[in-house]
Design a protein around this ligand. Structure first.
Ligand code: HOZ
Length: 439
């Protein structure tokens, strides 16, 4: 008698996963904890379409949280990875691909004079922070409520993404000493920034901010008298001998060709920048870069230690480079147009159903908040109707559209979100908007 094979259905896979993986997932938001239900276990994807273990097909609006900007299984990217794999999976030694990827980033992003590759966005922000502290000889770091910079101890307080999704104030396991060195301010609050610097400017190593917050939903950095918030931060740190770290893990190479810096980087520059997601094209790559004098502090030339066996991995750099090479002007035009069309479709459906909502953008990146008033802070983002989002989310899933399972995440389009794909989303929207309206 043939032994019974384990079921490959999502519900059964989730039950098995929960036995051997905490909460059944390797990253919290994936557990569907805030929206409820069983996460579909995905088996394969092509272009803008995903398939799950139960035989369902979905239009994907998560895109692996950003990296799949050219769509899934993009031929050029897959071919580059296949070719790299044939030459060896990892050397733990310098290899040509990492030079090409760093050159591509330096060529695109003005403030990046040198770049070091790591394996995740978390590593990138953690390392940038270490450089900033070493450069200034100061300990305190300032972050904004609702911004998420990976699961770095010092940066989890009032963080966005999964921390916001699960309404956690921060994380257990962070020492009191670490927490003491982090000051959290409301996003966009210039008066709070100025008064903190007036009081404690000599202690502050750096401000770290998402170039445009996108982990509490998307917030466009506010302007005042023609001066954008990022520029204001840059001028403030400069006046006090501190540094500005601009986190472009989500916005980098997505908000525009030069990330969010390409949108508001006029007449100012961050000292350090961090990248992830798109830069790896679906394989694990993060990076941090910036001023040559600061990057020169890294070992072995300098005193700041930072290292990684898989940093600059040949497969990962091949995927990242092929992705960036595929992101030419026409790709950004396609992304922009898909993003605008989708925003309009969502706005029309929600308006018709009488659902209060606001759509906010950072270049081609956007999110939908279920509340009427603009969202400028984390407090605003938390004041949205998350129950309406949950109803909307499940109706969209039912209608074959896979949204981020959290009201606090951005939506991601790709160059594979062509008209027929957008038509499928349009078909699912009216029922989902009605569901959102039905309290
Ligand atoms: N931190 C990601 C969203 N901003 C989620 C990562 C994941 O679950 O893959």
């Amino acid at each position: 008698m043939t032994p019974e094979l384990p079921s490959t259905r999502s519900a059964d896979l989730f039950a098995r996963a929960q036995q051997v993986i905490p909460s059944g997932v390797n990253s919290p938001v994936r557990a569907f904890g805030s929206v409820g239900g069983t996460p579909p276990f995905l088996t394969d994807a092509r272009g803008a379409l995903l398939h799950d273990a139960d035989g369902n097909e979905y239009v994907d609006l998560v895109g692996s949280w950003g990296p799949m900007i050219l769509g899934h299984a993009n031929e050029q990217v897959v071919e580059a990875v296949r070719a790299a794999a044939g030459r060896g999976l990892s050397f733990g030694a310098p290899q040509p691909g990492e030079v090409s990827l760093a050159e591509e980033v330096v060529a695109r992003i003005g403030p990046v004079e040198q770049l070091r590759l790591v394996s995740s966005g978390t590593e990138a922000t953690m390392s940038a922070l270490r450089v900033a502290r070493a450069a200034t000889g100061r300990d305190v770091v300032v972050k904004f409520a609702g911004c998420y910079h990976g699961h770095v101890d010092a940066l989890l307080a009032e963080a966005g993404s999964g921390v916001a999704t699960f309404a956690m104030p921060g994380s257990a396991g962070v020492t009191a000493a670490t927490a003491r060195d982090t000051v959290v301010l409301p996003y966009g609050d210039r008066a709070a920034v100025s008064s903190l610097f007036a009081e404690r400017g000599g202690e502050i190593a750096a401000i770290i901010t998402e170039a445009a917050p996108a982990n509490m939903g998307v917030i466009t950095p506010p302007e005042e008298d023609g001066v954008g918030f990022n520029r204001f931060l840059s001028e403030t740190v400069q006046a006090h001998g501190a540094l500005l770290i601009s986190d472009e893990v989500l916005t980098g190479f997505r908000a525009s060709r030069e990330g969010h810096y390409g949108i508001d980087g006029q007449g100012w520059a961050p000292d350090l920048m961090t990248f992830g997601k798109v830069i790896g094209g679906g394989l694990p790559v993060g990076a941090f870069g910036g001023r040559r004098d600061l990057m020169g502090l890294l070992a072995p030339a300098g005193p700041v230690y930072q290292a990684g066996t898989l940093s600059g991995n040949p497969l990962a750099t091949a995927a990242g480079l092929a992705t960036l090479q595929g992101l030419d002007e026409s790709a950004y035009a396609t992304l922009g147009s898909a993003s605008r069309t989708l925003q309009q479709l969502v706005a029309d459906a929600l308006t018709t159903a009488g659902v209060p909502h606001v759509i906010q953008t950072a270049g081609t990146l956007f999110s939908v908040f279920f509340r009427e008033q603009p969202v400028m802070t984390y407090a605003d983002a938390k004041a949205q109707d998350t129950a309406a989002f949950t109803r909307f989310f499940h109706a969209m899933l039912e209608g074959g559209v896979y949204l981020p399972p959290s009201a606090f995440e951005a939506w991601f389009v790709s160059t594979a979100h062509t008209e027929p794909v957008l038509d499928r989303i349009a078909a699912a929207l009216p029922a989902a908007a009605k569901a959102a309206a039905a309290a």
